[in-house]
Design a protein around this ligand. Structure first.
Ligand code: HEC
Ligand code: HEC
Ligand code: HEC
Ligand code: HEC
Length: 419
């Protein structure tokens, strides 16, 4: 109720010319908004979202993003190709929300010029768009076959594997795998043969090949260039939720204990180490450590590492990459500074402190998340921009961890006890 009266006091909405229709003046449907907040809150607490990259791609078209942005060459060219932009390369979700805040005034300007209507994006839809942007970020761009050949030689794979029968034959010929486009499938095949490969390597006096960076991706590109396959098999994008389940059910968690549990873990805490940013990079990292994992498994009485299907591997790796992506814990104290410095305080109050032009932030406590902040920016931004212009307040720009810090501040449980 207090929220409602705070907003009822807001003067007639100042809307961007031409953008007015998307957000009806004055009336905000609070029950609907609260439902949305609640849904986003669930995602925030689980540190994951229910987002689905494929639905995100559908929304990318529906919401008109594709009219200006392309993804890997598909789409408009009046704004950056989001599959190629390096800015999105290593960002965490909080930074992504910040980047979107930074760009919206220009986006809206362009939309107005192009007569593109600004359609609302619900938190759920925003989570699908985030899933898409996340997927784009960790998906591997096609590898380099020349580098791949070098990697194959450097790691001694060609000592045991031929491609189209041109080499030795201790291991199976790799040509028949050329239909697998995704390096994760390769990693899965290698992973499931790790025990046998290790044995053969010991016999042949070959050190376990430790793959770096794009090695695996490049090796796949090389094999595919040598043994072209008409038939191509792709993997569906990994699912964070399925990966999370598999991580516990397929024994990974027994050695890699989550940080919130007590006790010593056999393997490193995967939240604390820096994992590569692409799927094939993480897959290669698992492969690199297969001998140590095998050793531990044997010490524990298991004959082998856990067998995984390719889709399971993709799901687990997606979960591992995405989990880190959501782990950008902000610093609430730094976030409090952001709240003041970006002048949110002029219009928004926390408890009784701050302006009354916009709603109090109290209901956001425990609910704030990058997806929610991006949703809010899209939904309330035009009106905020108008109110800011009236007061000579510049549109806020977020750098580095500032958005994550602000989110941490908004969520802080003990905030009202402090002063
Ligand atoms: C009318 C054109 C237009 C539309 C429609 C549009 N954008 Fe943008 N977008 C821009 C412009 C202009 C920029 C800023 C500069 C650039 O990236 O070229 C930008 C920047 C971005 C950035 C930051 C990119 C970076 O490299 O920092 C993201 C992320 C983004 N937009 C996502 C979206 C999403 C998601 C949608 C759909 C909901 C969308 N945009 C709709 C024009 C548009
Ligand atoms: C010391 C010999 C040896 C080396 C070196 C070696 N492998 Fe293998 N590899 C094998 C053997 C043996 C198998 C089959 C194991 C089995 O049948 O269970 C195998 C299986 C595989 C498979 C699965 C094939 C299938 O049929 O499922 C792939 C993919 C693979 N290796 C890729 C590689 C790559 C890439 C490298 C270099 C990084 C490499 N291997 C290095 C011996 C080796
Ligand atoms: C029997 C114990 C055990 C099991 C089960 C196990 N791991 Fe490991 N894992 C380890 C150990 C030990 C290391 C560290 C090896 C080292 O330090 O070189 C490791 C390392 C890793 C690494 C590389 C970390 C780094 O330092 O870069 C990844 C990724 C990984 N494991 C993922 C998994 C996944 C996914 C599963 C489930 C399919 C799994 N592990 C199951 C013991 C295990
Ligand atoms: C010039 C005034 C003004 C400033 C400055 C301002 N806002 Fe707003 N904000 C508003 C108004 C007005 C609304 C409500 C719009 C509506 O209901 O249509 C709003 C709505 C919001 C909401 C939605 C709240 C809810 O309960 O759903 C959030 C979150 C928000 N703003 C965040 C921010 C952040 C973060 C900053 C600082 C970076 C900021 N605002 C700066 C005026 C402002």
């Amino acid at each position: 109720m207090r929220l409602r009266s705070a907003v009822a006091a807001v003067a007639v909405a100042v809307l961007l010319p031409g953008l007015g229709t998307a957000f009806a003046e004055g009336e905000v449907d609070y029950s609907a908004r609260e439902r949305e907040l609640g849904r986003a809150a669930m995602d925030a607490k689980r540190m994951t979202f229910t987002g689905d990259a494929e639905r995100g791609w559908g929304l990318f078209r529906e919401k008109g993003c594709i009219r200006c942005h392309a993804v890997w060459g598909q789409g408009g060219d009046s704004a950056s190709d989001l599959g190629r932009t390096r800015t999105l390369g290593h960002v965490a979700a909080g930074q992504l929300a910040g980047i979107m805040w930074n760009h919206v005034p220009r986006m809206w300007e362009r939309m107005e010029e192009g007569g593109i209507e600004l359609t609302p994006i619900s938190p759920e839809e925003m989570s699908h768009l985030f899933a898409l942007l996340l997927f784009i970020r960790y998906a591997d761009e096609p590898g380099d076959p020349i580098e791949g050949q070098r990697a194959l030689e450097r790691h001694g794979c060609d000592h045991c594997h031929s491609i189209n029968d041109n080499g030795e034959t201790v291991g199976p010929d790799l040509a028949k795998w050329s239909r697998f486009v995704n390096p994760v499938v390769w990693a899965q095949k290698m992973w499931s043969h790790a025990a046998d490969m290790q044995e053969t390597m010991e016999e042949e006096g070959i050190a376990w090949p430790r793959l770096e960076g794009d090695d695996l991706n490049n090796i796949v590109a090389f094999v595919r260039s040598r043994a072209f396959s008409e038939k191509k098999e792709y993997l569906a994008p990994g699912s964070i939720a399925r990966g999370k389940k598999l991580f516990s059910s397929r024994s990974c968690a027994t050695c890699h204990i989550d940080s919130d549990e007590e006790g010593n873990s056999v393997g490193p805490n995967l939240e604390e180490i820096e994992l590569p940013s692409t799927l094939s990079g993480v897959a290669a990292q698992m492969w690199n450590h297969a001998p140590e994992m095998l050793e531990e498994a044997r010490a524990g009485g298991e004959a082998d590492t856990e067998k995984l299907e390719a889709q399971e591997m993709a799901d687990i790796i997606t979960f591992l990459t995405a989990r880190r992506y959501f782990l950008s814990e902000g610093d609430p104290e730094a976030g409090q500074k952001v709240f003041f410095v970006k002048q949110c305080v002029v219009c928004h109050a926390i408890d009784e402190q701050g302006g009354r032009v916009g709603p109090r932030f109290n209901p956001l406590r425990g609910n704030a998340s990058p997806v929610l902040m991006a949703h809010v920016m899209w939904r309330f931004g035009p009106r905020m921009l108008g109110e800011m212009a009236d007061r000579g307040i510049p549109w806020p720009h977020f750098e580095g961890s500032e958005m994550a810090d602000l989110i941490a501040f908004l969520n802080e449980e003990t905030r009202s006890e402090k002063d």
